[in-house]
Design a protein around this ligand. Structure first.
Ligand SMILES: Nc1ncnc2c1ncn2[C@@H]1O[C@H](COP(=O)(O)OP(=O)(O)O)[C@@H](O)[C@H]1O
Ligand SMILES: [Mg+2]
Length: 364
């Protein structure tokens, strides 16, 4: 075959492959999510994230993916949508969410399903979750042994309930199953999701997983969600400026009948922005409110960065803004209106606003 012919073939392939793929994303049946009591909202946007799952479903994975992102940015919603996609590709799916106390499995081996369900019931009583995750990994191994070809294991919000060190040992164990399966398998999809800033650093030290960030929704996707939100509401631009595209904050605002103060008070309380904390760091915090990149300027004590990460107020070490490094669309390179810097970002503008209010109240 001459080179020209080859190029033509390749070109044809790209066109066929490309259009096929997009139609896959469009063909995906969107799930419905609880937005408020009696209000269900269709899963909107996130086309790139859906495309990513389709690729994983078709090709399998080499390593577990650890997805991290702001609280309420939509990780769980996307995972729930992903479960449906994986089922449609005939995967046996195991989904564990200790934080929301959910176990969902389509495992086709009754004895393994029973084992998992039993240990999950125990954990509901004792609130000790390590055993469930351990068992889930064991069950994957056993399922491969008995010949199940396609298995997906999804562990959501696990790190809120177990120690980080423990979490990273589970990821290593997952990698172990993928690298050294007890017998031949077709494909494994292994996804772990976390909002915990602290766990990211611990897990990132190892090469046992691909750490992939997810951000709040893009402006276009968020507009679709806003349009679906019922009742009278502030203008879209106002809601965007307050939420930065975070769907959970949108939900909180809706629940409080768009009373920002109510939502802010809750954030201030839950993040424990106490007078002592604020007074101690106020001279830095004022500048970080203006521009979160100041946290990476070298002028700010490392300790403050650690605290803000641990409180899930900011995210640092933001990856290059190319979609291949992200689940779905990356945040803007820098957009101070919504608190996004180049290297560091406020999780949402409302988190920044909570800090501003706390400074006004307790700062000197
Ligand atoms: N793509 C989406 N389409 C519609 N609603 C969404 C979407 N993503 C998130 N939501 C809504 O936002 C809420 C918070 O998202 P969630 O997935 O729980 O965030 P996270 O798991 O990252 O903390 C969900 O309960 C859902 O109502
Ligand atoms: Mg979640």
């Amino acid at each position: 075959m001459c080179i020209n012919e080859f190029k033509w073939l390749k070109y044809d392939f790209i066109i066929a492959g490309g259009s096929d793929h997009m139609s896959n994303v469009r063909d995906i049946k969107r799930i419905y999510l609880n937005f408020a009591p009696n209000i269900k909202i269709r899963f909107v946007g996130r086309d790139l994230a859906i495309q990513r799952v389709i690729e994983w479903a078709e090709e399998g994975m080499w390593k577990p993916a650890v997805i991290f992102g702001p609280e309420g940015c939509g990780k769980t919603a996307w995972l729930k949508q992903s479960i449906e996609i994986l089922k449609s590709y005939d995967y046996d799916v195991i989904y564990v969410n200790p934080f929301e106390r959910i176990l969902d499995t389509t495992l086709g081996v009754a004895s393994l399903k029973k084992r998992l369900t039993q240990i999950f019931r125990e954990a509901l009583k004792t609130n000790v979750w390590g055993g469930v995750i351990n068992t889930a990994i064991d069950v994957v191994r056993e399922a491969i042994r008995v010949g199940r070809g396609k298995i997906a294991v999804i562990i959501d919000e696990a790190f809120q309930m177990i120690k980080t060190i423990e979490a990273s040992s589970y990821i290593k164990a997952l990698l172990g199953v993928m690298e050294h399966p007890p017998s031949h398998y077709e494909r494994i999809v292994a996804i772990v999701a976390t909002s915990e800033g602290r766990s990211r650093a611990e897990i990132g030290r190892h090469e046992w997983s691909d750490l992939i960030p997810m951000w709040n929704m893009s402006k276009n996707d968020f507009r679709e969600l806003y349009d679906q939100t019922p009742g009278e509401k502030p203008s879209f631009e106002d809601v965007w400026r307050i939420t930065g595209g975070n769907p959970r904050i949108l939900r909180e605002l809706y629940k409080s009948r768009w009373d920002i103060n109510e939502v802010l008070t809750r954030i201030i309380r839950s993040k424990r922005l106490s007078p002592n904390f604020i007074k101690k760091w106020s001279r830095y915090l004022e500048k970080i409110i203006e521009d979160p990149d100041y946290l990476w300027s070298g002028d700010v004590p490392e300790r403050l960065l650690d605290i803000l990460l641990a409180k899930n107020l900011v995210t640092d070490n933001l990856y290059e803004r190319e979609p291949r490094f992200w689940i779905d669309q990356p945040p803007p390179r820098k957009d101070l209106e919504i608190g996004v810097g180049e290297e560091v970002a406020w999780q949402t503008p409302l988190h920044r606003e909570a800090m501003r209010r706390a400074l006004e109240k307790f700062g000197t």
